[in-house]
Design a protein around this ligand. Structure first.
Ligand code: BGC
Length: 441
């Protein structure tokens, strides 16, 4: 299995070398994007053995990865993004890919931000696939046109449109109570209210005082208001009462399907939603508009998908071959066109991608763009930290009895608990395990 030249029993063609890949790409577009990679691998004598674990945002997949690794059944390749990847690399669990990066000149072809994300203690520890933008507001053009409502680009316009949509019998917003989805909307709203520099002070520098800023309270209010626009008309009044009104933890694919069918008209979601809309036959620019969440037009709230190669697997040559393929220009274009993300290389022509992808790529490529790391998608925090924050935001969103000010204090308290003491203070006996030693950029 580890030898790509090994002969197939009874045949001349060499048996493809197998690589078991653990990931969470299970929607139609995610599946198609993964199948695209598998097909390109097959052309090179490598077999993608699928280890998908369903669940948007990947929490379930990461739990399975932990379990499998503990039981010595680790996959050969795993989707490990951002700070999670750093944590695994720090434990010596990942194969270093410096040779691949050098041979393929990644330092020159990849965006510097991508390279810095892949590099832990001066070693490249994963292969990058695509860059997602999180701060998108999708608008269903047919619904807006049918009811002659202007496409909004600021909050006043959004609220005006929502009122008109309600009057026309359309639920304005698609929203799920699934914790990672609630928090994904929240981080985009926070960026809008706080702006990139305060967002960074909170999520990257982790300054406790930054959590006192009124922008945080405003974004919590916005989150609740936005969710209110997804409630059935009859439940709207009840939502401000003492009893929580639930929307249900619907998978993100159902939200996309609702939006595509015109059952809702607005959606805030990472651009994997654009990939999924593509798989339903909708085209960015033609059928739906992708605008930035109000207040975030100049910024790129990013998440970078990466596949790490597990160390000591006995198939190093095949893992390296796969990593080389993932970084190649052709694969980058083919994969990202399906997935909704954009290439990690600055030298690929993106003029064939849809206008939304071109815009995301141009923004990410522009050195003047404030690029801010996603909290929910592990760019700013590792698994433990991001889960704790998601949980807090989720509880607030669903519990009308909790005030935004109380949630703000909870988030600040959480940060205090997650952040290790400054070097001058003596260390407590068991330091909190949440924060990765590698600071996000
Ligand atoms: C990943 C995407 C994926 C999305 C929904 C994100 O964390 O980066 O690749 O499509 O979750 O599952």
């Amino acid at each position: 299995m580890s030898d790509p030249a090994a002969a197939k029993p009874g045949g001349d063609a060499p048996a493809p070398a197998e690589l078991n890949v653990l990931h969470w790409w299970t929607s139609a577009s995610e599946r198609a994007a993964a199948d695209h990679v598998a097909a390109r691998m097959a052309e090179q004598g490598l077999r993608w053995v699928d280890g998908a674990v369903a669940g948007g945002g990947g929490s379930a997949a990461i739990k399975v990865l932990n379990e499998r690794t503990l039981r010595r059944m680790a996959p050969k390749v795993a989707q490990l993004n951002g700070q999670s990847m750093s944590e695994w690399a720090d434990m010596g669990l990942l194969l270093e890919l410096d040779g691949v990066a050098q041979r393929r000149n990644w330092a020159r072809t990849m965006f510097p931000q991508v390279m810095s994300q892949l590099t832990v203690r001066e070693h490249v520890v994963a292969a990058p696939l695509g860059i997602h933008r999180i701060n998108n507001l999708y608008l269903n053009k047919a619904v807006f046109a049918q009811h002659r409502i202007e496409l909004p680009s600021d909050w006043t316009g959004v609220l005006r449109a929502a009122k008109a949509l309600r009057a026309a019998g359309v639920t304005p917003v698609a929203f799920s109570d699934e914790p990672w989805q609630v928090a994904t909307v929240f981080e985009a709203l926070l960026l809008g209210e706080a702006g990139p520099s305060l967002y960074r002070r909170m999520m990257v520098q982790r300054e406790l005082q930054a959590f006192d800023d009124p922008a945080l309270e405003r974004s919590l209010r916005r989150l609740r208001d936005w969710r209110g626009l997804a409630l059935p008309a009859a439940a709207q009044g009840a939502a401000s009462g003492p009893q929580p009104v639930m929307l249900g933890e619907r998978p993100w694919t159902e939200l996309v399907a609702d939006f595509a069918a015109g059952r809702s008209a607005m959606l805030i979601m990472g651009d994997w939603a654009r990939g999924e809309l593509g798989s339903l036959g909708l085209e960015g620019g033609r059928d739906f508009d992708c605008r930035a969440v109000p207040g975030t037009a100049q910024a790129h709230l990013y998440s970078i998908d990466t596949l790490a190669m597990l160390a000591g697997s006995g198939v190093q040559a095949e893992q390296e071959k796969m990593a080389e393929l993932l970084g190649s220009a052709t694969l980058q274009l083919g994969y990202n066109r399906i997935k909704g993300s954009v290439p990690v290389r600055r030298d690929v022509p993106v003029d064939e991608l849809d206008p939304c992808a071109q815009q995301s790529f141009a923004l990410f490529a522009n050195p003047a763009t404030p690029r801010v790391p996603s909290l929910v998608h592990r760019m700013a925090f590792g698994e433990v930290g991001k889960n704790a924050i998601i949980e807090t935001v989720h509880r607030f969103a669903l519990d009308p009895a909790q005030t935004p000010a109380a949630a703000q204090r909870k988030l600040q308290g959480l940060l205090r608990a997650l952040t290790p003491p400054p070097p001058s203070t003596p260390s407590p006996p068991s330091p909190p395990a949440a924060i990765s030693p590698k600071a996000p950029r």
